[in-house]
Design a protein around this ligand. Structure first.
Ligand code: FE
Length: 286
């Protein structure tokens, strides 16, 4: 279904730019100025079918043309099915992470790149809903890949912003510190492995510290693009974006300097909270 600029579904019966407005009772009325005289009453079924009657009252009023009543049925998808992902606000200003990450990078990264993933994920969901409605699943393989890529981008960036803070840096404490010691020898070794993973990604991707819900342990992964090479049931705790858009404007090709600077921003409070939730709520997955 096509959503118009005013956020309402576009009428499939009347000329372009005619919209329906949903009422509390589930009915919609034609609200376009040019068609106000149309006595329209429609209903959207639970399966997304739009049906109803319309009487052309304007024709009846202005001339000899008799009132015309006709029934119609067309496919429609309610808006709630299509706009499920939104760009999150940041907890800090675009300039707050300087000098480690420049305001220019932050603004582009959040408002353009992350937004594109949000839009892409919504578009993929909208097209999947359209395929269900029409029964045409020919584009399904592409839509599945689109959804995995864009939803991965949305999730990864959403966590990435929260993993950083102007007051970040240092080392974790408490249960997370103990778990890092158990799984990676000590914090210095963990930091070296995470950095090496980030530096050796071939192409675009992420370095990820995750809770492995299968083995009940911490693991570090190279995540390719936004969705590749990460086994299922890995709950991301700490992510470092190693796509060029994350650093190139400021650090050019010197990735090592970007990673070194980024460690000064890590919000260990956020990572610890994620660890405690993942650790507590994931047992018994197999
Ligand atoms: Fe990114």
């Amino acid at each position: 279904m096509i959503i118009m600029a005013n956020g309402l579904p576009r009428c499939g019966l009347h000329p372009p730019n005619v919209a329906y407005q949903q009422t509390p009772g589930g009915y919609t009325d034609c609200i376009d100025d040019a068609h106000q005289a149309l006595a329209c009453a429609f209903v959207i079924s639970a399966t997304g079918r739009l049906s109803g009657t319309t009487g052309n009252a304007r024709h009846r009023r202005i001339g000899p043309t008799p009132r015309q009543n006709f029934r119609f049925e067309t496919n429609i998808l309610v808006k709630e099915e299509t706009s499920m992902y939104t760009l999150p606000d940041l907890a800090y200003d675009y300039s707050a992470l300087a000098p480690h990450i420049s305001p220019q990078i932050m603004e582009l990264h959040h408002s353009k790149h992350h937004q594109a993933y949000v839009t892409g994920a919504n578009t993929a969901q909208e097209k999947l809903a359209e395929a269900r409605s029409t029964g045409n699943f020919a584009a399904l393989p592409k839509l599945e890949k689109d959804l995995a890529f864009h939803l991965g981008g949305h999730l990864n960036h959403s966590l990435f912003w929260k993993n950083m803070s102007p007051d970040g840096g240092g080392e974790p404490t408490g249960e997370l510190a103990e778990a890092i010691g158990e799984n990676f020898i000590d914090f210095a070794t963990f930091q070296k492995q995470f950095t090496e993973v980030a530096m050796t990604i071939q192409g675009s991707g992420w370095s990820v510290l995750a809770w492995d819900a299968v083995g009940a342990r911490l693991s570090i992964y190279q995540l390719y693009d936004h969705q590749g090479n990460l086994p299922p049931a890995q709950i991301p705790l700490l992510l470092l974006d190693m796509w060029e858009h994350a650093f190139y404007l400021q650090y050019r090709n010197v990735k090592a300097d970007f990673v070194t600077a980024w460690w000064n921003l890590v919000n260990w409070t956020d990572v610890s909270t994620r660890y405690e939730k993942a650790h507590k709520h994931s047992p018994g997955i197999i």
